[in-house]
Ligand binder design. Structure first.
Ligand SMILES: NC(=O)c1ccc[n+]([C@@H]2O[C@H](COP(=O)([O-])OP(=O)(O)OC[C@H]3O[C@@H](n4cnc5c(N)ncnc54)[C@H](OP(=O)(O)O)[C@@H]3O)[C@@H](O)[C@H]2O)c1
Length: 308
């Protein structure tokens, strides 16, 4: 009896994701790749969504070759799509429905950062207008909000039928996990210091929006038994946060030791794929967390003012 309990509670059993089908938008780089590679490492079938099919295919081939015949590993597939658009959300869900009976988890992770302001030269209204109004365009605002907040709205609803099918499936593996949508938000949904957000108000707006969407959608979907949670990263080296400083194939940081970031991160300079991967595993395997956005920022918001 006790040995069965120990077996059930071992990490190798809790985090055995064989049977899990995941969709990770932006899963081919940065934080998305940290998530998708961790899921594949632990047995899941993972669809990575991004703007370029050939790039996604190249990456999937590498990971599938590395997984080889090891039955503990999963599989990675790429599907090109523009996650900002309602029409694309529908097409992506239809495409995956042709290949899979269900999905277990949708990671709405893709995102962009645009519309940064340059700090005002002096404390005058004219200077603030030059930096915050004149240098930020309507298109930048629209693009960031559409990518980071509106796209996840369309995708979530487009994928509901596949998430519902997971819940109702009789497969043994499906009994182990509860269907879920996981948003990649940011500590910048809470920050009051725009320096932690690359000085982009469009970005901060979008991340506050996705944080609120996470908790209100979790409430909305209670009758469906589909959970909604979020990940709020602090600084992780990626193409977005530090162009050129990430290994595109492994997601590992190429920042030389001692690299100084534009804001203070108290614990370690940057989160790693192990940090992000272990949080993704926790959220997928756990049944009881719902409506929560988990801050993973190395203590950054302990240093910078925020509404967290
Ligand atoms: N890195 C950080 O420090 C940090 C901190 C907090 C939150 N985040 C969040 O983490 C998420 C991932 O960002 P990242 O840092 O890993 O940056 P990243 O490496 O640039 O990843 C963003 C991914 O989203 C994809 N993408 C962008 N627009 C898309 C669209 N319209 N359709 C489909 N895919 C699209 C990108 O594809 P392409 O590269 O091919 O364009 C890329 O794969 C974002 O939501 C970001 O806001 C990051």
């Amino acid at each position: 009896m006790a040995s069965a309990v120990l077996e059930q509670l071992s990490a190798s059993s809790i985090f055995d994701l064989r049977g899990v089908v995941a969709v990770v938008t932006g899963g081919g780089s940065g934080i998305g790749l940290m998530i998708s590679s961790t899921l594949v490492a632990n047995g899941a079938t993972v669809y990575i969504v991004g703007p370029q099919q050939d790039e996604l295919d190249r990456l999937a081939k590498k990971y599938n070759q590395a997984a080889g015949q090891d039955s503990r590993r999963g599989k990675m597939y790429g599907i090109e799509g523009d996650i900002r658009l309602k029409s694309e959300a529908k097409r992506l869900a239809e495409e995956i429905e042709k290949r899979e009976k269900y999905i277990t988890v949708l990671f709405n992770n893709a995102g962009i950062l645009e519309g940064s302001f340059t700090p005002p030269a002096e404390p005058t209204a004219a200077s603030y207008i030059a930096s915050h109004f004149d240098s930020v365009s309507q298109d930048q605002f629209n693009n960031v909000i559409n990518t980071n907040a509106v796209g996840p709205y369309w995708l979530t609803f487009a994928f509901l039928p596949l998430l519902e099918k997971w819940k109702n499936s009789d497969d043994l593996a499906t009994k182990k996990f509860v269907p879920q949508v996981i948003m990649t938000s940011s500590m910048n949904g809470w920050t009051k210091d725009s320096n932690t957000a690359g000085r982009s108000y469009p970005y901060m707006f979008s991340k506050s929006a996705i944080g609120h969407f996470t908790s209100s959608l979790a409430h909305e979907l209670l009758p469906l038994g589909i959970r909604v949670n979020g990940i709020a990263p602090g600084y992780f080296v990626s193409q977005m946060s530090s162009p050129g400083m990430i290994d595109p194939e492994t997601g590992a940081s190429l920042s030389p030791p001692g690299t100084v970031h534009p804001f203070e991160v108290p614990t370690v300079p940057s989160g790693s794929n192990r940090d992000m991967g272990s949080l993704a595993l926790f959220l997928v395997a756990n049944w009881f967390v719902n409506g929560e956005t988990v801050l993973i920022d190395g203590g950054t918001l302990l240093k910078h003012p925020s509404s967290y």
